[in-house]
Write a protein that binds this ligand. Sequence first.
Ligand SMILES: NC(=O)c1ccc[n+]([C@@H]2O[C@H](COP(=O)([O-])OP(=O)(O)OC[C@H]3O[C@@H](n4cnc5c(N)ncnc54)[C@H](OP(=O)(O)O)[C@@H]3O)[C@@H](O)[C@H]2O)c1
Length: 719
Amino acid sequence: MATHKIAVLAGDGIGQEVTPQAQKVLQIVGKATGVSFEFEPALVGGSAIDATGDPLPPASLALCEQSDAILFGAVGGPKWDNAPQERRPERGLLALRKRLDLFANLRPARCFPMLVDASPLKRSIVEGTDLLVVRELTGGLYFGEPRGREEMAGGGARAVNTMTYTSAEIERVARAAFDVARKRRRRLASVDKANVLIVSQLWREVVNRVATDYPDVQLEHVLVDNCAMALVQHPTHFDTIVTENTFGDILSDEAAILAGSMGMLPSASLGGRVGLYEPVHGTAPTLRGRASRTRSRRSCRPRCCSAIRSAWAPMPTASTPRRCPCSSADSARATSTPQAPSWWARPRWVISSRPRWNAPTEPDDPRRLGRRRRAGCRPRPNEQQEGTNMRIAVVGATGAVGQTTLKILEERKFPVSDLRAFASERSVGKSVVFKGERIAVEKIGPASFKGIEVAFFSAGSGQSREYAPQAVKAGAVVVDKSSAFRMDPAVPLVVPEINAHALAGHRGIVACPNCTTIVTVMPLKPLHDAGRLRRVVATSYQAVSGAGVNGVAALMQETLAWARGETITPSFFQHQIAFNLIPHIDKFDASGYTGEELKLVGEVRKILELPHLAIAPTTVRVPVFTTHSIAVNAETEIKLTRERAREVLSTFPGLTLWDEPGENRYPMPVAVEGRDECFVGRVREDLSLANGLNFWVVGDQLRKGAALNGIQIAELLIR
Ligand SMILES: NC(=O)c1ccc[n+]([C@@H]2O[C@H](COP(=O)([O-])OP(=O)(O)OC[C@H]3O[C@@H](n4cnc5c(N)ncnc54)[C@H](OP(=O)(O)O)[C@@H]3O)[C@@H](O)[C@H]2O)c1
């Protein structure tokens, strides 16, 4: 059994109470994971001053240097408030950071659904917050020279602190932050005060240089004053934040309020050989002996620790155990608690590293708008030249698909000059966030689409039928995600990887297929190209968000009611959805099939241009927040072996093969949520049929099944 040596520096105040509890937790975690810990205590802070006169005695520093990790409590207290600088408890911690070269401080702030009301901010603002502040820890104002105070001859005094950074210091923390962002949602906000401070101008220059090594991470620069405001106005905008020491000190404490309290948060100081792990709270002298912080710490810290652990994992300079010593048991506990899906209030910034789709690049690709003009189609009054920004409308902007559309427009840097957000009358007065700005939600009126060039509709088929023709009349191209026009022969029904050619000759409206259709048809296309499809049997396992925000709320409420021991009262679906399966999506017709099942049949046939393809569908609603899964049996005219099927599936754009059963690797909703591709696994030859194949396909139905597919269509149209 591996043994890790942990230096325990409990410090002062409640540091001495919470640290023994953390040791107990570590021991339990160690037992569960086959790791043992050897704890050795040492003095630091005020208690060290009292015993030795030094806030960081040499023996404590030596122990830390020889250990694998440091478990730190807290330092300080009123007793030492008036002591000279070098004999202040905090100097012990600063010296430790400097001596161990702990240059990067990671502080996650995550708002857990069950603690959302612990924050003094409104639920609508903090819900879904999940950010991580990477603070430079060993430079800047807190360490810069010259520093000091002098009494002035003519009376009064003068004090100096110096903010100083070298480019090397900035670069190493920037790299740490980019690595962390890569492991998260690939979005990094670098915070500075470059409009005033020369140090910040160097900071920005170096961060920009480092960014060229991380093309997959979206970087933005935010002024510190603006960031302070944005953190409490729309915290869900942020993913990873990197900033210098003083700004980071202030912003990370501000971020703590988003999670409910500083007592909820952990902190890791990393960079050198040994990592230092501590709670964010201070010594809380007034709480000492009351164990109240111990309680909140026990209940919250494990999940926060897992956030640090996963964020830190990719640091390239890591050597010995710089990981948080918490176990996977923690994350298992965290994921077993019902949580809102990520898209609900929190942006996802996952950008696929795979080629996205076979986008047209040649100047006379028939899918381009220009060609459409040449082909004699009615020109749109607002038809764009390549590269120009577009005026966009998102109809249904407050809904599950609308919210995802806003995120993906931003992620893919869709050229937007102006964005208008529409929803029902109920949402007038609310706002949505796009590129960090709040956009007021409007009700659709007679002149709503004037000047709009592309309108994404996801407000239900009734609204599409009523308003899409108005938008087209006003000169917009409508990308419609409802079922209103899908089966209209005059309207192309498009999955860009499969039938982008169908866009040629559109008359202002392009339809996006049903979400289950898109996920199902993605693997069917390459199989058809290779072996000619004869028959398909598809059974879906559809997430509650496929029914919109109300579906998500229903699963949340029912699960929470169950956890509280209350009676579950179905409020949205026909039956209880928590811990249940409902083989009923949309209305039944006389044949016994549901509308959802018949959509799958008609739409797959239209997209593949196989009007007689035999399809047997069953659609089932399952208690999963986001991401649809479909079990498919496909019969082909030409025999496809398992190997051949795997080959054609793995090379099709927008599809990824996860099919390593020996390693328990196959797609599942929790792994696929937030991803752009559809994932295929469990590929097998049918035991009962000569030319049959079985497989399992999973896709995030809010992304590829709706919003992303619509944006891909628009990208084709504006090229
Ligand atoms: N969810 C999916 O996975 C998925 C996938 C593919 C396609 N779709 C299709 O996309 C559409 C939206 O689905 P969703 O899941 O996003 O539903 P949702 O979460 O319930 O959102 C519906 C949106 O439509 C708006 N809306 C409702 N009535 C309106 C009206 N009279 N005028 C203007 N806006 C109105 C709502 O505004 P308020 O907030 O003001 O009510 C909200 O923004 C549906 O047609 C659905 O079939 C959904």
